[in-house]
Design a binder for this molecule. Structure first.
Ligand SMILES: *Cc1c(COP(=O)(O)O)cnc(C)c1O
Length: 369
């Protein structure tokens, strides 16, 4: 059986008419950049995240970068994050002129190890960016408590965690401010690029609104140097349609994860993702660990099972960050997982036949070693 890594066509089929209608409305109203559909989405998304303000922007990277700028973080400042994430987390820190300071992860959840924050804090540290990787929130209580002790901002990189929860509270409401991406493959995906910043702080939200729109308070009145990072009107309208199905889709992802656990939980030679107590994982990705990754992936490819690696090279070992002089061995846990992780097919529309097919192919590989 052929099981794709992700099936966006199946995802969009049941809402295609609603989306076409939403797109038509945008065309009829000429609200192509920002406008009422974006505003409606911002209101709905802030509420969804259990917070007061959402600012729609061009993508998740803009969300992170503008958040750092809005917090006044720049040259000479340091921001703590992990090297086990998508490049955009570190990129945003570098783009605003600050320095990323990496700390290692907790190997069971692949998220920031809160016990390592204290040792990375310097007089230049301004913020910490925990990443809710693969859809599971980082361990936020200890992270926020160390940050408070040192007067650091907590910025959630929630780009993979729309609808995730920590101790019953939604991702987006767990720090001072949170950044989301609506890249098409994310749990809440646009049909193009999109992102948002959510926060309970009205002044920060106002500042973000200025920055995303050339620093304009009114037309041609520029208070600060900003940029163009407005959300596209089509994306706002489409996200309104898709947000109404997010909970249902996340629930379906959790059901797929549960089936995977039932089918593969007892197999030796593979480590399945762990949902830490008190956290609601929304499985943006279903990431397992195996030792002979190349052999494993070749076997999946032969059997027409889609798979991918998130992420093969930790950020400190990327050429773009070679200037930091952090060689292999700097972050052993991040490096260990990077060499063993494989993402298996995961999308809300996966059928039980598809999950069983994936598990069956995994099992034959493990049996054959
Ligand atoms: C997707 C993603 C981003 C960046 O979002 P874009 O919309 O692609 O710019 C940032 N951080 C993480 C962890 C992501 O997964």
């Amino acid at each position: 059986m052929n099981v794709p890594f992700l099936d966006l066509r199946a995802h969009h089929a049941p809402i295609r008419q609603a989306i076409s209608a939403a797109v038509d409305e945008v065309i009829d109203s000429n609200s192509f950049s920002g406008g009422p559909y974006v505003q409606r989405f911002e209101e709905a998304f802030a509420k969804y995240c259990g917070t007061d303000h959402a600012v729609g922007v061009g993508n998740g990277t803009d969300a992170l970068w503008l958040t750092l700028l809005a917090l006044g973080i720049g040259p000479g400042d340091e921001v703590i994050t992990t090297p086990n994430t998508f490049i955009a987390t570190a990129e945003a820190i570098s783009l605003c002129g600050a320095k990323p300071v990496f700390i290692d992860i907790d190997e069971t959840t692949h998220t920031m190890d809160p016990a390592l924050i204290e040792g990375a804090v310097s007089p230049a540290t301004k913020a910490v960016i925990p990443v809710h990787l693969y859809g599971q929130p980082a361990d936020m209580d200890p992270i926020v408590s160390v940050a408070r002790r040192h007067g650091l901002f907590v910025i959630e990189d929630a780009c993979q965690a729309h609808g995730a929860e920590y101790q019953g509270r939604p991702a987006g409401s767990l720090g001072d401010v949170a950044c989301f991406s609506f890249y098409p493959s994310k749990n809440l995906g646009a049909m193009g690029e999109g992102g948002a910043v959510v926060t309970a702080d009205p002044n920060l939200a106002d500042r973000l609104r200025l920055l995303r729109d050339h620093g304009q308070s009114r037309k041609y009145c520029h208070e600060v140097v900003g940029c163009n990072a407005r959300m596209d009107g089509f994306q706002g309208a489409i996200l309104n349609v898709k947000l109404s199905r997010l909970d249902e889709c996340n629930e379906a992802r959790r059901t797929v994860a549960e089936s995977y656990r039932n089918l593969m939980g007892d197999l030796p030679g593979i480590i399945l993702p762990l949902e830490a107590p008190g956290r609601r994982h929304v499985y943006h990705l279903y990431v397992v660990r195996v030792q002979d990754r190349e052999g494993f992936m070749a076997h999946l490819a032969r059997e027409n099972i889609g798979c991918s690696i998130h992420y093969p090279v930790p950020i400190h070992l990327q050429k773009a960050y070679a200037g930091m002089g952090l060689g292999p061995g700097s972050f052993p846990k991040s490096e260990a997982v990077a060499s063993e992780v494989v993402s298996l097919p995961m999308f809300p529309e996966m059928t039980s036949e598809q999950t069983e097919a994936v598990a069956g192919v995994v099992k034959t590989w493990l049996d054959g070693r």
